[in-house]
Design a protein around this ligand. Structure first.
Ligand SMILES: Cc1ncc(COP(=O)(O)O)c(C=O)c1O
Length: 361
């Protein structure tokens, strides 16, 4: 038996075991080519089938209309922080951002660097980003409204998306893409680093609506234009072949093993409910996010002291429960329960949490 822990890492994060096994089984000889997937031309028919299947499956899972293009772009989600203002707002255009923590703040910084007129339409910085703001001061003339759908570090998540009265909505969905069904129509662009819910690091998946991709961008370097990726089907240069291949397998797993995003959401809710119920038992653990803003993906909590938190993370690791330390910028504990972290892992964690609380209270 291979040694595998219950993996609560925030990203890179757990991948479905069956996907890892499939990679292993076809790693040396991919589909009778006598080569590994990482040894063949990205222009071959064999590889083209992989990248196309990844795009088709993501489109089906998210029920995307033909108006949307699924792109694979290197540089992670962080590169999108600059590509968005470069491509989707003209010089001196006003742009709206909602500030819900570290990643939103980084996105705002890049838009400012590029000279856009940034309006922070709302911020939850007054209470250490423990909630998703409800009242947004939106500018009807903004080129777009940018939000972070799930705040990986603070453990908060948008439950419904704001009505932007026709202004294109843009969302960084790095830590909750493909975790639930959603209506994509109001979005001009969504994007996500692959390494949480989709595959290994190395690529951001960007899903862009035709009208946004058609905005003028000839003045930009070729590799930084969305139009390049649309026109060349994400094959302008050599793409991160292995990462895209794993994304294809994860999308196949979501469709064929899980049965789609409705089913995935049910499972994700079950996992999160179990964990939050345990945290809410009086006396020991304390959730850090407001109840109505709690994330289904990153569950953040504190213990009565920092010393106990240290012990908790260390003892959990000794018991095969890994990745429970909070982000270095906030401390505390965090269990990331992305799609591939199963109910069995959450049950094991909850059992450990109850034992630990009983011992230490
Ligand atoms: C919500 C969110 N946005 C952006 C990023 C940055 O992603 P990358 O490392 O792919 O640039 C992260 C990484 O954890 C994230 O959680």
């Amino acid at each position: 038996m291979v040694h595998r822990i219950h993996n609560f890492n925030a990203g890179p994060a757990a991948l479905p075991l069956v996907v890892l096994e499939e990679i292993q089984s076809e790693f040396l000889d991919f589909k009778n080519t006598g080569m590994s997937i990482i040894e063949m031309s990205h222009r071959s028919k064999t590889y083209n089938d992989v990248i196309e299947d990844a795009q088709t499956r993501i489109k089906r899972l998210l029920k995307l209309s033909d108006q949307y293009h699924v792109l694979f772009i290197q540089g992670g989600a962080s590169m999108q922080f600059c590509m968005i203002p470069m491509n989707l707002a003209a010089d001196n255009d006003a742009v709206d951002y909602v500030d819900t923590g570290t990643w939103s703040s980084k996105a705002i910084k890049e838009a400012k660097l590029l000279g856009k007129k940034v309006n922070v339409a709302a911020s939850s910085s007054d209470r250490n980003y423990a909630y998703i703001p409800k009242d947004l001061n939106l500018n009807p003339n903004a080129a777009y409204v940018h939000i972070t759908s799930n705040n990986t570090i603070k453990g908060t998540q948008w439950k419904t998306f704001p009505d932007t009265a026709g202004v294109p909505l843009i969302a960084d969905m790095s830590s909750d893409i493909l975790s639930r069904p959603m209506n994509i129509e109001p979005f001009g662009l969504i994007y996500a680093g692959a390494q949480k819910n989709m595959g290994p690091a190395g690529v951001a998946v960007a899903i862009i609506r035709e009208d946004m991709a058609a905005l003028p961008s000839e003045q930009l370097p070729t590799m930084l234009r969305y139009a390049t990726y649309v026109k060349e089907h994400s094959l302008y240069n050599t793409p991160p072949c292995f990462t895209i291949y794993v994304i294809q397998l994860v999308a196949k797993w979501l469709e064929e093993t899980i049965g789609g995003l409705e089913k995935m959401e049910l499972l994700n809710r079950q996992k999160a409910d179990l964990l939050y119920e345990t945290i809410d038992e009086p006396g020991f653990y304390r959730g850090t996010a407001d109840l109505d803003s709690r994330s289904l993906m990153n569950v953040t909590f504190r213990l009565p002291s920092e010393e106990l938190e240290k012990q908790f993370v260390a003892e959990a690791a000794e018991n095969g429960l890994g990745g429970l330390k909070g982000h270095r910028s906030v401390g505390g504990c965090r269990a990331s329960i992305y799609n591939a972290t199963g109910l069995d892992a959450v049950k094991a964690l909850v059992e450990f949490m109850r034992d630990f609380a009983e011992k230490k209270a």
